[in-house]
Design a protein around this ligand. Structure first.
Ligand SMILES: [Fe+2]
Length: 170
């Protein structure tokens, strides 16, 4: 059975939407736990806002492509499956592991939107391509920020940890 570029693209759009739902819950959990890393917390809060607008863009794409409500209902299951695929990696109170997990997750998002842009181009869907091209730089920028700031987070964590502060980890 043949599957068109458009059908694949729609499938991957649904995955991206589920991914952004997972991103939202992961980022919100992280931000709410952080106490002693205000710069990191602020950047995560900024990315929560970006994530919410990304969800809206993807919703609009799916609506325009006539994705049925029953399919939308399956998104929660997709998000859960996506979270499971990432394992326990994202479930941590500890700021260093949390930052590492965020860095990895941003690269999953970068891969997803790079894929979607190519698929939208192949499907001749300029609007989906435009949406994903709008989202991708936000993920690239977040990944870059995490990369550049991880050493400082680690240094601060180690200093607090050596001071036997039991709240060092967050
Ligand atoms: Fe995202």
């Amino acid at each position: 059975m043949m599957t068109s570029p458009r059908e694949h693209m729609i499938d991957w759009l649904k995955d991206a939407y589920a991914m952004e739902q997972h991103a939202e819950s992961m980022l919100k959990a992280q931000a709410s736990r952080l106490e002693h890393y205000p710069k990191l917390k602020q950047r995560i809060e900024q990315h929560i806002d970006e994530t919410l607008s990304q969800q809206k863009l993807l919703e609009q794409c799916l609506d325009r492509l006539n994705s049925s409500p029953s399919t939308i209902k399956n998104l929660a299951a997709r998000a859960a499956a996506f979270g499971q695929a990432l394992g326990g990696m994202t479930v941590t109170d500890e700021v260093v592991k949390g930052s590492m997990a965020s860095y990895v997750f941003e690269h999953i998002e970068i891969a997803a939107y790079t894929t979607l842009i190519a698929a939208a181009r192949a499907a001749g869907d300029a609007e989906t391509q435009r949406c994903c091209e709008q989202i991708l730089p936000q993920e690239v920028e977040m990944a870059r920020w995490l990369h550049d700031n991880l050493p400082d987070v680690v240094t601060a964590y180690l200093a607090r940890s050596a001071g036997e502060r039991d709240d060092a980890k967050r």
